[in-house]
Ligand binder design. Structure first.
Ligand code: HDE
Length: 721
């Protein structure tokens, strides 16, 4: 057993187990060697509470190597956070393909349905620093490292299928505009400020992603309930070297679900780690997140068939035109052991490709091919980051690269060059059929700083997205725009944004303008130009059969997977004297469906049913809040209802659950607790038919939310107009 492995905490079966705390602390002499505290040089340390001093009240001595080593290491504990996507959470798992994709690609992990390829996924927000809140309005990163037997493949995607800009050279600009403003470093992890919208109001190409970022997609309920997209067009290349264009997708089996904005804002304060905790606890509880891997495939000869350019990362391929074929599944089933070693040190790079998967000339993708390697050199301190365990390939690594900071591998022999005879020609070249060969795409052209004409349709797909949303989703988007632009101080920027939104949809622009103190759109006055200086006009592009669609139902979350209550968190509010039978019926059925009921009461400890049966309390009403749950229920019982009616928290709980469209279930006397306006869809009141009530409540949780209740009295941030 290696030394230095343990932190010295007593474990079952080891010396110290079964003793009192005080006794354990003093059992050091009986500990196995690998549990003892040492320096980094392996020297055992008997005392770490006092530095070495000249006399009890004297100065600390330089020769205290243990003190100096400990403090020096501490002083150097931090590495630079990622310049974007600093805030993230990771999980291990595996990937399996459903059936061989040999017709499309030679990638070995996509051939055999019996092969399990290990993966590590890191989810993230883009703008915030490492300590920022999880539930801010932002794009989410969805980066997957596949440890294939042919080397590492990284799919570094987002939960939104399009990007803000078309060319990588603009990336520093958009990020500088979105990050906290440089003079006072405000605001953290938010786009609701002047510099961001100042940039956007001059950037027509960003309008499509802006629609997504203002939509519910930017405030997911969970990392487990959001889609992932490779964003760019890639190539799959088979053993015969035939190439197809492809878009990559992740489809969560739990469906795509979101928070509402008021809830997201509250969560940022009540539990800034909301998404991180959700992912961690889900895996701990065996609710393994699962995502199907989808591909949209396009024949080479169809490259120019569509009104959008397939090299333009601000465009989707509508699923109704090019269906998503679900070809495999990823399951996340293990939490990291150590956040820093794994989630922080993982280094993704879009250029980590394996044979059978290749890139295209998308100018955004091309720029990323440079940036990801470059950034790791600084962040991870040199060129040997691939040796860090979380980044290490499971396929053997052999080459003539040598030395550098933190080299872990001990290279043998005299030769570090190719070709050689002294090293018997090793490492030798792979046969072309086995190794990575770039797809021989013919390339020709003049050197020019310009983009293809087809990149210039900035608004059709923004409009397609907006018009494909259901009425509540459109309302959320409008409210989000009113919030974001309402925070912008410059009237010029606000007015320009209305002109920009007008090019997407007149009604949308008008409704936003109403609340942000600027003129409604007229189509005149403000001139919107693109990067080439061309003035842009309102125009509707006619959808042509087979080439474009007017609406895409796949874009609306209303059409997502519903019905399951798997892994949903349900608050059960209890006071002393509740009806035990009703509680048991609710709890049993919720747990059968895979949901997690939490008992909430005035104080931790136990709460007793009317027949005296004690039930452990999971959270006190001071700690719990409706925003931490997907639904709330209260069984009947006169004494318990009386006790709950005296608690302000219960009223707040119910009002908030109602405002946020969450299912509420109350039985018998508990309906007296409902505030007067708390009624309507998703508010289930139970009487004599207990089983019927429970089923209705469960069905309501399966619906996720009831947005039709929004805008009722007490609604926050959501307005019918
Ligand atoms: Fe990134 N991006 N990006 N990005 N990106 C980084 O790499 C960059 C883009 C994405 O969990 C950085 O290791 C440029 C699109 C994710 O570790 C950096 C451009 C998409 C992550 C970088 C883009 C992404 C990053 C920062 C414009 C979706 C987090 C630290 C061409 C397809 C990965 C790092 C993780 C991280 C550069 C645009 C996704 C600086 C130059 C488009 C999920 O290299």
């Amino acid at each position: 057993m290696p030394r230095n492995r343990s932190n010295g905490t007593p474990r079952d079966g080891l010396p110290g187990a079964g003793m009192g705390k005080e006794e354990q602390l003093h059992q050091y002499q009986a500990r196995p060697e690998d549990e003892l505290l040492t320096t980094n040089q392996g020297v055992r340390i008997p005392h770490t509470d006092d530095s070495l001093k000249a006399g009890e009240r004297g100065p600390t001595l330089m020769e205290d190597f243990h003190f100096r080593e400990k403090i020096t290491h501490f002083d150097h504990e931090r590495i630079p956070e990622r310049v974007v996507h600093a805030r993230g959470s990771g999980a291990h798992g595996y990937f399996q393909v459903y059936e061989s994709l040999a017709d499309l690609t030679s990638a070995s992990f996509l051939q055999d349905p019996n092969k399990k390829t290990p993966v590590f996924v890191r989810f993230s927000t883009v703008l915030g620093s490492r300590g920022s809140a999880d539930t801010v309005r932002d794009v989410r990163g969805f980066a997957t490292k596949f440890y294939t037997d042919e080397g590492v493949f990284d799919l570094v995607g987002n939960n939104i299928p399009v990007f803000f800009i078309q060319d990588a050279i603009k990336f520093p600009d958009i990020i500088h505009a979105g990050k906290p403003e440089p003079h006072h470093e405000i605001p953290q992890a938010a786009t609701a400020h002047d510099t961001f919208w100042d940039f956007i109001c001059l950037m027509p190409e960003s309008m499509h992603v802006i629609m997504w970022a203002l939509s519910d997609r930017a405030i997911p309920r969970s990392y487990r309930m959001m889609e992932g997209f490779g964003v760019h067009t890639f190539r799959l290349v088979n053993a015969e070297r035939t190439s197809h264009f492809v878009k990559f997708h992740w489809k969560p089996l739990l469906g795509v679900h979101s928070l509402v904005w008021d809830e997201a804002q509250q969560l940022a304060g009540k539990d800034p780690d909301y998404h991180r905790r959700d992912l961690w606890e889900a895996i701990q509880q065996g609710d393994y997140p699962e995502y199907e891997f989808g591909i949209q495939v396009l024949n080479e000869e169809d490259e120019h068939k569509f009104p959008f350019d397939i090299l333009d990362a601000t465009k989707i391929w509508p699923e109704e035109l090019i269906p998503v074929r679900r070809v495999g599944k990823m399951t996340l089933n293990r939490n990291p052991e150590n956040f820093f070693a794994e989630t922080e040190q993982v280094a993704f790079h879009i250029g980590h490709l394996v044979p059978g998967i290749d890139v295209t000339d998308d100018p955004l993708l091309q720029g990323r091919l440079f940036s990801y390697l470059d950034t790791q050199l600084l962040r991870l301190g040199g060129p040997n980051f691939a040796e860090i365990p979380i980044n290490k390939s499971v396929a053997p690594v052999r080459n003539n690269q040598r030395d550098g900071f933190h080299r872990a591998q001990i290279d043998h022999g005299r030769t570090a060059y190719f070709p050689n005879t002294l090293g018997l020609g090793c490492p030798a070249l792979a046969a072309p059929a086995d190794g990575y060969v770039h797809f021989p795409e013919p390339v020709e052209g003049v050197k020019i700083r310009r983009r293809s004409e087809k990149f210039k349709d900035y608004f059709s797909q923004a409009r397609l997205f907006y018009r494909s949303l259901s009425e509540p989703e459109q309302r959320h988007l409008i409210d989000a725009a009113r919030f974001e632009l309402g925070r912008v101080e410059s009237p010029v920027v606000r007015q320009r944004m209305i002109a920009m939104l007008d090019l997407v949809d007149r009604e949308l622009a008008t409704r936003v303008a109403e609340r942000i103190g600027v003129e409604p759109p007229t189509g005149e006055g403000v001139e919107i130009r693109d990067a080439a200086g061309e003035a842009l006009q309102r125009r509707e592009v006619k959808a042509e059969k087979g080439r474009a669609v007017e609406v895409s139902p796949a874009l609306s979350q209303m059409n997502t997977v519903k019905g399951s209550i798997q892994s949903r968190r349900v608050a059960v509010l209890l006071g002393q004297g509740f009806e035990g039978e009703q509680f048991v019926a609710l709890k049993t059925r919720l747990e059968e469906g895979g949901a997690h009921p939490d008992v909430i009461s005035l104080a931790l400890g136990v709460v007793k049913a009317s027949d005296g049966t004690p039930v452990p309390v999971d959270k006190s009403s001071q700690v719990a809040a409706s925003v931490l749950y997907d639904a709330v229920c209260i069984p009947g019982g006169a004494e318990h209802v009386q006790a709950l009616s005296e608690l302000d928290e219960v009223d707040v709980f119910l009002c908030e659950a109602f405002r946020h469209g969450k299912p509420i279930g109350v039985v018998a006397e508990a309906q007296e607790l409902l505030p007067p306006n708390v009624k309507g869809p998703g508010v289930i009141v139970g009487g004599s038919d207990l089983a019927g009530f429970v089923e209705q409540f469960v069905a309501a949780i399966g619906q996720h939310r009831f947005p039709e209740r929004e805008g009722a009295r007490g609604g926050v941030g959501n307005s019918r107009r």
